[in-house]
Ligand binder design. Structure first.
Ligand SMILES: *[C@@H]1O[C@H](CO)[C@@H](O)[C@H](O)[C@H]1NC(C)=O
Ligand SMILES: *[C@@H]1O[C@H](CO)[C@@H](O)[C@H](O)[C@H]1NC(C)=O
Ligand SMILES: *[C@@H]1O[C@H](CO)[C@@H](O)[C@H](O)[C@H]1NC(C)=O
Ligand SMILES: *[C@@H]1O[C@H](CO)[C@@H](O)[C@H](O)[C@H]1NC(C)=O
Length: 563
C-alpha cells in the first residue's frame, strides 16, 4: 500500500543542539519540479500550513469482507449495516501506530485533530519553519505556469524512521495540485458544450425529467420518509442556485411545488452563494436532476470549500465529513473525478477504504465515470498511441460508477462515456464473471492498452447527453456522465424511500446486488467510447466498459429490492 514510497537514505537533518531521538527516513523524493510548475519563492517561515497525516489503516481486508457480507444478497448478513463506530473499527490505527504517532507529535508539541471517527486521518497546523524542520523538507512556493496558481509544496520529505509502517502519507508535501488549463482546476467539472435551447422538442434531442421518467419508468409520486436522504456533492465553488431550480421545476415538474428545495451542508467552509452570476452549471445540473427526479426526497447539497485548487484535500474533506456524520445520506451522488494516474496510489488506497467504510454503513456512493471515453475524465492527458486512462474514484471497487448513454429506444452508448480498467485496484469477485465474458468476446482488441485484471468500470449507466437545465435564468443543454449520475442516484433514493416505508434497510452498496441480477437493467449493446486514437471499447451484450450492466428499469429494481 505504500508502493509509491521511495526510501533513499536516512537523513539526520535536525539542527544542532537538539536531541536526535528520531532519525528521519527520507520518502517521496521528486527528482524535478513537476511539469508545468516553476519555483517561485521561499514562503515566510511563519506561513501556516494545514497538514494532514494519513495513518496506516489497521484492517482494510477485514473491512472488505464485512462489506461484501452486508451487501451480497445471498449472504445471511445482507442489509445488516454497521454503525459509524463499528465500521470505523476496521480502519482505526493499531495501538502501536497510535503510540508511535502520538509520541512523535508530543515531542514537537503538536496538537493534532482527528478528521475521522477512526482517527486514521489527523490534521494539524504548523508554520513553514517548523514543517521544514520536522519533515526535513524545503517547502517553497511553486507557481503553475499556465494558470498562475500558487501552491506551497516540497520536493522531498522525511518522517522519523520509527514512524515507517505507521504513516501512509503527509499532505501537502510532494503531491502537487493537478490543474487543468483554464478555470477548471483539480476537481474537474464534467458538463460541456452549453448551447442555449429555447423549447425542448423531444427526448431524442433534449432530455427532461419527463423523458427520464418515461425511459426508466420512474414514478412521479412524492417520497414520504423523512429519514431518507440524498446527498449531492459540490466542489470547485460550484453553487446550486435556488432561483434557477425554481425556474426548472416550474417548467419541467409543474406537478411539484416550485418551492421544493434542498438544504446545504457546508464542508471545510464550503458556501452556496446565490448571486445569479455565481450559479454553477454543474451544481445546477446535479441539484435540478436530483430534486427533479427524486421527488420529495430530502436533498442535501454537500458544498466543499477550502482551496478549490487542491482537489485531493477537497475529496478527502468530503469523505471525512460523511464518515463523521451519524446519519449520512443513504445515497451520495458525485459528478466530479480525476484521472486515476494523477491520484497517487498511496492516496487512492486509503480513500477507497474510507468510501468502503461508508458503504459498510449502507450508503450507496455513485461517481460519474468521466467524459472522455477511454482517454480519461476529460481527456486532458495526451494518450494518443499510449495506454487508456481509467478514472478515480470510479475504479475504487466500493463505489458504483455511472457511465453514459444516448438516443432513445434503443439507447446506445454515449461516445463520451469513460470506462475501462483500473491500474491500481484488482477486479472484485462480484464482477469477475461479467468482466471475463466481456474480455473473451473482445479477444485481443486493445491488448496492452489496459490492465485486464483491474477493477472494471462503469457499473451502470443512464442518459448523458443534451439535458435541459436552468442556468442563470436561461435554459441550456449540458452533456456528461455528470448528468447520468444524479439520475441513477435519484432512482436509488426513491427505492430506498419505499424500503424505509416498509421498515427495511436501504439498498446500500449496489454492485454485488446488480452484478448478481443484471436482468434488472436494460442492457445496452451498441456504441463505443473512443479515445487515445482508438475506437475504445465496444458496448456489447452483457457488461461492457462503456455502459456497465445497462440502464435502470425502475419497476425491475423495485421488485429486486423486495417491494
Ligand atoms: C514543547 O513545550 C515545552 C513546554 O512548553 C517546551 O519546554 C519545549 O521546549 C517545547 N518543545 C518544542 C520542540 O517546541
Ligand atoms: C530550497 O530550495 C530552493 C530552490 O531550489 C533553494 O534555493 C534553497 O537553497 C533551498 N533551501 C534549503 C534550505 O535547502
Ligand atoms: C422494465 O422491465 C420490464 C420487465 O422486463 C418490462 O416489461 C418493462 O417494459 C421495462 N420498463 C422500462 C421502462 O423499460
Ligand atoms: C414529503 O416528505 C415529507 C417527509 O420528508 C412528508 O412529511 C411529506 O408528507 C411528503 N410530501 C408529500 C406531498 O407526500
Amino acid at each position: 500500500m505504500i508502493a509509491a514510497t521511495i526510501f533513499i537514505a536516512s537523513l539526520y537533518a535536525l539542527s544542532l543542539g537538539k536531541p536526535l531521538s528520531h532519525p528521519l527516513q527520507r520518502r517521496d523524493v521528486l527528482e524535478d519540479i513537476p511539469n508545468g510548475f516553476k519555483w517561485s519563492s521561499t514562503p515566510s517561515p511563519s506561513t501556516v500550513l494545514q497538514m494532514r497525516l494519513a495513518l496506516v489503516q489497521s484492517d482494510p481486508a477485514g473491512l472488505e469482507r464485512a462489506l461484501y457480507d452486508v451487501s451480497t444478497p445471498s449472504s445471511p448478513s445482507y442489509g445488516n449495516y454497521l454503525t459509524r463506530e463499528e465500521a470505523a473499527a476496521f480502519v482505526a490505527p493499531t495501538s502501536e501506530t497510535q503510540q508511535a504517532v502520538n509520541a512523535w507529535l508530543a515531542e514537537h508539541n503538536i496538537t493534532a485533530t482527528p478528521l475521522t471517527p477512526a482517527g486514521d486521518s489527523l490534521s494539524f497546523d504548523v508554520p513553514v519553519s517548523m514543517a521544514n524542520e520536522i519533515f526535513g523538507a524545503n517547502f517553497s512556493v511553486y507557481t503553475h505556469e499556465a494558470t498562475g496558481n500558487q501552491a506551497i509544496r516540497t520536493l522531498g520529505y522525511s518522517i522519523p524512521a520509527d514512524l515507517e509502517g505507521h504513516v501512509d502519507f503527509v499532505h501537502p508535501t510532494t503531491v502537487f495540485p493537478v490543474y487543468k488549463i483554464g478555470r477548471s482546476p483539480a476537481v474537474t467539472m464534467l458538463a460541456a458544450n452549453l448551447t442555449p435551447e429555447a423549447v425542448p422538442s423531444s427526448c431524442a434531442t433534449s432530455i427532461t425529467p419527463a423523458c427520464l421518467q418515461g425511459l426508466y419508468g420512474i414514478p412521479t409520486t412524492p417520497a414520504t420518509q423523512p429519514s431518507n436522504k440524498i446527498g449531492v456533492a459540490g466542489f470547485i465553488e460550484q453553487y446550486a442556485n435556488e432561483a434557477d431550480l425554481m425556474q426548472f421545476l416550474e417548467r419541467y415538474r409543474p406537478d411539484v411545488p416550485p418551492s421544493s428545495g434542498f438544504s446545504v451542508a457546508s464542508i471545510a467552509g464550503g458556501q452556496n452563494l446565490q448571486t445569479p452570476g455565481l450559479a454553477g452549471e454543474e451544481a445546477n445540473l446535479d441539484i435540478q436532476y436530483t430534486v427533479g427526479i427524486a421527488t420529495n426526497v430530502s436533498n442535501i447539497f454537500l458544498t466543499v470549500g477550502g482551496d478549490p485548487l487542491d482537489g485531493f484535500t477537497a475529496f478527502m474533506n468530503f469523505v471525512e465529513f460523511l464518515l463523521s456524520e451519524l446519519d449520512p445520506p443513504q445515497v451520495v451522488s458525485v459528478s466530479y473525478g480525476f484521472d486515476e494516474v494523477v491520484w497517487p496510489q498511496s492516496y487512492a488506497f486509503p480513500m477507497c477504504t474510507s468510501l468502503g467504510q461508508l458503504a459498510l454503513r449502507g450508503v450507496s456512493i455513485l461517481y460519474a465515470s468521466g467524459d472522455a471515453g477511454v482517454s480519461g475524465f476529460q481527456g486532458s492527458i495526451n494518450c494518443i498511441n499510449s495506454a487508456f486512462i481509467p478514472t478515480f474514484p470510479s475504479t475504487c471497487p466500493y463505489v458504483t460508477s455511472v457511465g453514459g448513454t444516448t438516443g432513445i429506444i434503443p439507447e446506445t452508448a454515449a461516445t463520451l462515456s469513460s470506462g475501462g480498467f483500473s491500474n491500481y485496484f484488482a477486479f472484485p469477485d462480484y464482477q469477475a464473471s461479467a468482466v471475463s465474458s466481456y474480455l473473451s468476446s473482445i479477444g485481443s482488441l486493445n491488448t496492452g492498452k489496459f490492465q485486464p485484471a483491474g477493477r472494471a468500470f462503469p457499473d451502470i449507466s443512464a442518459q448523458a447527453e443534451r439535458y435541459q437545465i436552468a442556468w442563470r435564468g436561461e435554459i441550456y443543454q449540458v452533456s456528461g456522465t455528470s448528468a447520468s449520475t444524479p439520475v441513477v442516484a435519484s432512482i436509488i433514493a426513491l427505492i430506498n424511500d419505499e424500503l424505509a416505508a416498509a421498515g427495511k434497510p436501504p439498498l446500500g452498496f449496489l454492485n454485488p446486488l446488480l452484478y448478481a441480477n443484471p436482468s434488472v437493467l436494460t442492457d445496452i449493446t451498441s456504441g463505443s467510447n473512443p479515445g487515445c486514437g482508438t475506437n475504445g471499447f465496444p458496448a456489447l451484450p452483457g457488461w461492457d466498459p462503456v455502459t456497465g450492466l445497462g440502464t435502470p428499469n425502475f419497476s425491475s429494481l423495485r421488485t429486486l429490492a423486495g417491494l
